[in-house]
Write a new protein. Structure first.
Lengths: 254, 254, 254, 254
């Protein structure tokens, strides 16, 4: 029988009837005492962040909630509710689309920052990344927000403030700014840090492993997904397609 | 062309290159200024909550993050990563399970509270609910936490404090306590309010529509789903099944 | 231990090392001997269909594979692969959208046919359906294929042939044609049977429970979902949105 | 406007009111004329297979439908319906788990066969695979079916028959048997071809690209997922967890 009890194991939660401990802390002591970002940190890390750490995490979570219904994830959530999906179901289909290309840039940027942090070689690591992964340097450039994604400078200012206050080291901010300068030099024009690049600085400064950059972005963007699904539910519609009914598609067969 | 531009419409977000406004507010003014629960409220409702409202919402979000790996959603997330799923993908499969029975009790409880708020008739509405939907009264009783789910009294105390401070009306707390007393009378034993019943009080007090009780629970439980998926990723495993390999299943065919 | 072994139970499959029996038949005797539709029937029903039954099921499975990229499920699958999703993941997000409105009409039509089969009262059951569920009568009318969905008459001809051959009763075909005539009388114009109405006739004739009409449609449409996801993968694209980048959306906030 | 019409393009399907052409063929001519496996091939490839090709594809689709409720995908589907999920929703969550480790072995095996087909070097390619991807050689060995997965020899016999009949080349069968012999030599014991290795031979013989091996497996296993979800729906249950309620989990925190 012990093998069955051991089959599932976790250090996150312990329970018996009437008792729920999260990371060793009674749930009733956490409710009303810790903020939601602190709880997120506690669940993922096992300890509680400092006030400054929690504020940075909170800023990153606030920054990523939405980028509008042309994002494939948001469009999917909005279409899903017109197909009869409940809100959790719409969220599921949409979060599933926050994959390598759509929601994975932050994770990749943290990986790149870690490589540069280890080797100190920005040009070399950028070149190596492009050789291995293709031309896109994660976290830099934006096909829409030119010249500047308004979220990035605000987030970077908060990181710099936190570094001055001794809450974080600031070295990943320096790395990211170094990449930005390097890319501008190569391209002969600005390739500004985007939301993924800036939130990746925060996640790296706070010590989150790279895959959690994607996970935390999913928590953040889930808010936008939920809000759009709910708005679409109120707008109504049945089997809403991507374009108005009159447009259909181009047939490319012979 | 205007029909294409009109095909997708939203009051949540407005954008042009270099500008992102959420509910009419520049994103850079929100980042670092509002809390994550405030941002959730803003996205869903269009305005910012008072401090007291935000604290109640935060308490509900903190309370629901996890109930352990025997919950089907958490088990699914943990199995998913052992199948090769990325974190967003594991979250998608798991949130999809937060459906009517697993994640919908809060939504149903808000509906029941609204009915009672309209008619004033607790016994009548409870009886009508059971006739329409079956024996389970959403938000009350727990198959594991007997006699008391530790989250519920803590959340209710916060609601009562907020009512005294004039932040909320407190009438949904009264309704929920009335249901609890009524059910105890019928059953001849305590049928205590559970986490869904208590968070539903908060969501109803704050004026959220019933379906958003499910949506907000999904945001909260997504934290636990992410944490467990990540922990399982670190534990490793390949194609982890629900029980240890030696157990298989009972064949009930002839 | 027996409670663990009993926790999962099934009459579908039995196994021991080196042996896999499906519904009591060794898998190696099924492979190469039964058709894929026969295997689908065996898995769902426990026995093998007659040749005529299998051909009708096959026709329904062939008929429903695709209705183009404006269907929200197909659009989702195509967008998903541009976000980095693997094919199984794109299929998951898309099948999730085959819900009540998008993929549930066949299930609802079977329900309606069963009601009429029991009461014999087409006008009464249609009126009752509309009172309970809204104006749409599942399986009839099409917003695009006017006057005729080309799949429906072909499927109905096959059902009629099978009825003549004694493979099925034909009574659900009669019911469906009765609904079609009744709706035309009410509307003063044709409200022709659509693909969902016609496949529902087949599923009802074959004795499938209503929810399996949705399940079988999912098996069928999964083919189209996979084909479109794969075609999009080859077309390329990153974070493909629902409309071309220049269109964005209409902001409806103040 | 043309950019909108061009935004979605496909060679799979063409439509106008009253007309649906699949790969240039009127749908009503396909219904009742082609088998479901032929339709799958047509959708994915653009042409119709020969009879022998279709039979091999059908055998692979039949072979993969189920491996029991301990598979994480099947367990997820069964749990999902007890959470209130509809059948399409249960299928979605489950297919999402057919990822790299759970459903991707066939895709990987096709890749490996293609490498060996190009270089002719079995030991070299196996060694290179293990260096790049880890110790598991996709398609060979089974943790449960020792010494033999009963599906593999049956599928291989069908491939050999088709090769004798000139339907396929048989060279991927030879490659797979070469890998099997090589691995046995290294391991000093049999490492027999499993279901993924054998279906990969079929998919490679038939000319399917490697990712479609995963896609086709998803079509096949969706049958088992649907059957188990439906059986569980009939068994009932609410929020079914992975192990019986009494077992919970091992708390590994301090």
């Amino acid at each position: 029988m012990s093998d069955v009890a051991d089959w599932w194991s976790t250090a996150i939660i312990d329970m018996e009837p009437g008792r729920i401990d999260i990371r060793g802390r009674p749930i009733q002591e956490l409710i009303g005492s810790v903020t939601f970002p602190q709880m997120i940190w506690l669940m993922l890390r096992g300890d509680l962040p400092s006030g400054g750490q929690a504020r940075l995490l909170e800023a990153a979570l606030v920054a990523g909630v939405d980028h509008g219904p042309q994002a494939p994830s948001i469009a999917t959530a909005r279409m899903a509710v017109t197909c009869g999906a409940a809100l959790n179901q719409a969220m599921a289909s949409a979060v599933n689309l926050l994959d390598d290309v759509h929601g994975g840039a932050g994770e990749q940027a943290v990986e790149l920052y870690h490589r540069i942090d280890a080797s100190g070689d920005i040009p070399g690591e950028v070149a190596r990344w492009r050789t291995e992964r293709g031309k896109y340097v994660p976290g830099f450039g934006h096909r829409f927000h030119t010249p500047t994604d308004p979220r990035a400078p605000r987030l970077m200012a908060l990181v710099r403030d936190a570094a001055k206050a001794g809450e974080v080291s600031g070295r990943f901010a320096t790395i990211a700014e170094g990449i930005e300068a390097h890319l501008a030099g190569i391209a002969g024009k600005p390739v500004p840090m985007n939301i993924d690049g800036a939130t990746a600085v925060i996640f790296a400064e706070l010590g989150f492993a790279a895959p959690l950059a994607r996970g935390l972005f999913c928590l953040s963007r889930s808010v936008g997904i939920l809000a759009h699904a709910w708005e679409q539910k109120q707008q109504g519609g049945r089997n809403k397609g991507p374009t108005p009914p009159g447009y259909r598609w181009t047939y490319t067969g012979s």
